[in-house]
Design a protein around this ligand. Sequence first.
Ligand SMILES: Cc1cc2nc3c(=O)[nH]c(=O)nc-3n(C[C@H](O)[C@H](O)[C@H](O)COP(=O)(O)OP(=O)(O)OC[C@H]3O[C@@H](n4cnc5c(N)ncnc54)[C@H](O)[C@@H]3O)c2cc1C
Length: 260
Amino acid sequence: MSMTNQREEPAGLSASMLSLDEVRQVVGDSNITRADVDAGQQGENVRRNVSLFRPRDVRAVIRPGSVQEIQAIVRIFHGNNPPAGLHAISTGRNWGLGSAEPATDDVVTVDLGRMNSVRRVDCDAGYAVIEPGVTQLCLAEALDGTNRMLNVTASSGHTSVIGNALERGVGLRRQRTEDLLGLEIVLPDGELARVGWWPEQTKRTAANPYGLGPSLLHLFTQSNLGIVAAAVVSLLPRPESQRVLRLKFPCARRCRRAVF
Ligand SMILES: Cc1cc2nc3c(=O)[nH]c(=O)nc-3n(C[C@H](O)[C@H](O)[C@H](O)COP(=O)(O)OP(=O)(O)OC[C@H]3O[C@@H](n4cnc5c(N)ncnc54)[C@H](O)[C@@H]3O)c2cc1C
């Protein structure tokens, strides 16, 4: 009889470690960090857990650079039996709410920070098509000097517009979910789908996120039904001027003291 104090690896997990060899072929050596072979080198963001929750057991961090790479990764993991868990993050700065940590142990993180292209901005129609790694600072700078502005949050400029909206974050002007017009998603079998409103190449259509009939848009906010590869976000009209009114109220106790 042999005794070991090593934890037994779940079947899906061993399968996922084999899949990582295939994933390395897709994203290249510099865009995958494995807990088993690259100990201590996990992505700076991914390991910086400022939420004071228990760090989860993240088996690897994969950093795809294109929609096609996300699809290839999902297809590789979809082939596992049982399937292994993937956790997508956009910039991983979900501070106070888990940072970049997944909800469970033994998953592989898909860090989309390299996908940071602003695909299109249309200030007349009031929308931008962006990828997950686009930060609110980056999009706000792209809109500088235009008649449109982004509904920013009070968090860091280096947080993701898409990551925050998918987690139903709170903007300074309105709920971030109200900014979402359309989503491009890689589904669990690797298929690429678009839901909500997307601009058409040949004609201008009204930006209506709900479309006709049941809307699929919010199936993908606060859910794990797919990896979001891009989104159409609505832009607010920029006011010609803004005034900040500062009000100061005297402390009630100090007032009483002043009286007596
Ligand atoms: C001082 C301070 C102020 C803050 N102010 C605000 C505020 O005003 N409003 C607010 O909402 N939050 C605020 N936060 C919280 C947090 O910093 C933000 O919500 C931040 O935007 C979340 O991090 P992120 O954008 O990097 O998202 P990520 O960490 O990248 O994503 C968050 C989660 O969304 C899901 N997800 C992300 N991307 C994808 C994808 N492409 N596909 C599928 N699922 C995905 C994952 O479950 C992920 O864990 C604040 C935090 C601090 C410390």
